[in-house]
Design a protein around this ligand. Structure first.
Ligand code: ST9
Ligand code: FAD
Length: 572
């Protein structure tokens, strides 16, 4: 990672999942035996959960770990083609160990998914161990530096104390001891929390490149007879890029918040208090999905805003896209994550609020919404006056939109049940509404955290420009989702028109600060690795130089001329 800063590489899973999973789930003895050599890179590990047949539905995973008390060993086995582990990064060629997630069988009973440390290659020769069939899964959309792999286990034996036993345990006689909370065996919360920060970084890089380049690039005519303007002066260009800039700041603050929240709640968990785990799961799942979807779309906006040169790899934008886009899929497919946040948290909280329970954490507004529903509505009704200046009133608006969409989704489930559908069918027939509700909840959380952050900024000028960005973020979201706000009676058509007009004013206000605002991300040229996004703006000279270095230019006359074109011509 020193050679290719911020690029995917074969040790990512070792650093990002193998070591953290040990930290969270290994016993002190296992820390000694595995963590220390892994920290020193003698053991190189990966996290092997996904199988060819199942990634999302963890209870459907087929790999088995059967305890054999006669030898004090687990026998790990892949019983079918679809049970072959598929996708783990660094598994194909790099790792000598894997944390394998498998269905634990002992004393004739299956106890569900547990984590096992499985040596897969000889520590000296790196040759796969007996019973281990392992290799690379082949070329992908991107990530070509990473050897994502497959792993077929054929009755591979590992010692009893290679099961990660900080929480659940198997005794030497095969007795299974349950973990203090069944949810502790889900290990993905750490990376999901970190991915939010990755979304911010991807956005910061992309808009730094696109905004700097838009200040360098001159095109067309704005006023007849005058020199060609910087493309950043076109309103449509600003409308593409400044909301991305605003989102990059918003997600940076949300990323910091997720890191702090993870630290705080995992501290509680280590101290034996599991009460905040559902909030952490719901927040990390929802915000992972919300921010990666937004960033994924925005990277493409930035690339296209650079015209033809954006398509060249010299811009770095194609690489940023292919490296980032799997975050929408890995660590929990985004739709599925949104549904987790909706079902396990929002709808449950809505029901609790409806029977008068006071809620804590990011859903406390559902209690307020429930209380309001009980009060008679004022006769005048309708949308409250909208201030396109007051951030707190916008936070409140997002909160009411989320409350209304959570209610809509919960009511849809209710109606489906009343139609005689089963709980599961009612759920599936409401899942579009549920994803919308989660999306609105996350959007509210992001706007709120952005506005909260402003309170911590002391410098008046910085606070002013960040407030303008926060306003743009909130109003652009309002405009993009005006259907929701109109449907919920939170916005009128004339108000929506005013929002669009205010957005145009904000774009103009931000224009003089736009380049300074991307410079403030402090992404150096080496890290950006983009000809278009160079700090010195010397784009054209370097673009020419970059092209001259293309492998096709290594010889003046390419061998294809002698091999194909010349013989072909002689036959015509
Ligand atoms: C040290 C330096 C570090 C430097 C870093 C260096 C560089 C880093 C770079 C990192 C690069 C990373 C590269 C890529 C890694 C990709 C790795 C993967 O994809 S790996 C593969 C990733 N694969 C995936 O992510 C698979 C996605 N699938 C899943 O997560 C699950 O199967 C499911 C959640 C969809 C459903 O599960 P199911 O079993 O059907 O569960 P139910 O729905 O029935 O819910 C039961 C109850 O449990 C609750 N609960 C659930 N989850 C959690 C949780 N996490 N927690 C807590 N609670 C949870 C739930 O709320 C409910 O509660 P209640 O209502 O009863 O109270
Ligand atoms: C680059 C990359 C690296 C990876 N690295 C690793 C790794 O290191 N270790 C590892 O174990 N895995 C890894 N994975 C695998 C990854 O975690 C899974 O691909 C991911 O969890 C999604 O699961 P899936 O592929 O089974 O998708 P599927 O679940 O098959 O998703 C396909 C579609 O079905 C929909 N769907 C599925 N279930 C539901 C549902 N309940 N409700 C509604 N819709 C649903 C999804 O929304 C999606 O549209 C990696 C994947 C990639 C692309």
């Amino acid at each position: 990672s020193c050679v290719h800063p911020d690029r995917p590489e074969p040790l990512d899973l070792h650093l990002g999942m193998f070591l953290p999973t040990l930290l969270n789930q290994a016993t002190p003895e296992q820390m000694e035996r595995f963590f220390t050599p892994a920290w020193n890179l003698r053991i190189i590990g990966t996290y092997a959960q996904t199988e060819m047949g199942h990634g999302t539905h963890l209870r459907g995973l087929e790999t088995t770990a059967t305890f054999d008390p006669s030898t004090q060993e687990f026998v790990l086995h892949s019983p079918t083609i679809s049970s072959i582990k598929w996708w783990p990064g660094g598994l194909g060629k790099t790792s000598n160990h894997a944390i394998v997630l498998a269905q634990l069988h002992t004393q004739g009973r299956c106890h569900g998914l547990h984590a096992f440390i499985v040596p897969i290659r000889d520590m000296d020769t790196h040759v796969p161990l007996p019973g281990v069939v392992v290799g690379d899964i082949g070329p992908k959309f991107g990530f070509s530096e990473v050897d994502n792999g497959f792993l077929k286990l054929e009755h591979v034996r590992i010692p009893l104390d290679n099961m990660l036993m900080k929480f659940a345990k198997v005794e030497p006689d095969g007795t299974y001891v349950k973990p203090p909370s069944a949810k502790l065996t889900y290990g993905m919360v750490f990376i999901r929390s970190m991915i939010v920060g990755q979304s911010a970084l991807a956005l910061a890089k992309s808009c730094t490149i696109a905004i700097r380049y838009s200040a360098v690039r001159h095109q067309s005519e704005l006023r007849p007879g005058e020199p060609e303007p910087q493309i950043l002066n076109y309103q449509t260009q600003q409308h593409k890029l400044f909301p991305v800039l605003a989102a990059a700041y918003a997600f940076t603050f949300v990323g910091q918040y997720m890191k702090d929240t993870y630290r705080r709640i995992s501290g509680d968990i280590h101290a034996g208090d599991y009460s905040q785990l559902p909030e952490l799961h719901a927040l990390s799942a929802g915000l992972k999905a919300f921010t990666t979807w937004a960033a994924n779309a925005a990277i493409e906006v930035c690339r296209m805003s650079c015209g033809g040169h954006g398509y060249s790899r010299s811009s770095a934008l194609p690489d940023i896209y292919v490296e980032f886009t799997p975050t929408c899929t890995y660590e929990g497919e985004n739709t599925v994550m949104m549904l987790q946040t909706a079902s396990r948290y929002l709808v449950k909280s809505y029901r609790q609020a409806s029977v008068g329970q006071r809620l804590q954490g990011s859903v406390s507004y559902l209690s307020e919404a429930a209380a309001q529903r009980l009060r008679p509505r004022p006769v005048s009704g309708g949308a409250a006056p909208l201030s396109t200046q007051d951030l707190l009133s916008l936070v409140h608006l997002y909160q009411r939109r989320a409350a209304s969409l959570v209610e809509l989704a919960a009511k849809s489930i209710q109606q489906e049940l009343q139609r005689g559908r089963s709980q599961e069918e009612a759920w599936n027939h409401s899942s579009i509404d549920l994803v919308r509700a989660s999306d609105a909840h996350c959007h509210f959380v992001v706007v709120k955290l952005f506005v909260d952050k402003l309170e911590q900024v002391d410098d008046a000028a910085v606070k002013a420009v960040l407030s303008t960005l926060a306003l743009l973020y909130a109003l652009k979201g309002l405009a993009d989702n005006s259907g929701d706000f109109l449907q919920a009676g939170l916005l009128t058509v004339p108000q929506a028109t005013r929002v669009s007009a205010r957005i145009k004013e904000l774009l103009e206000e931000l224009r003089p600060d736009a380049v300074a605002l991307v410079d403030a991300f402090d992404l150096n040229d080496r890290k950006l690795n983009s000809v278009l996004g160079r700090y010195d703006g010397n784009v054209y000279e370097h673009l020419y130089e970059w092209a001259r270095q293309s492998p096709l230019n290594a010889t003046e006359v390419h061998e294809s001329f002698h091999k194909y074109l010349k013989p072909l011509r002689s036959r015509l």
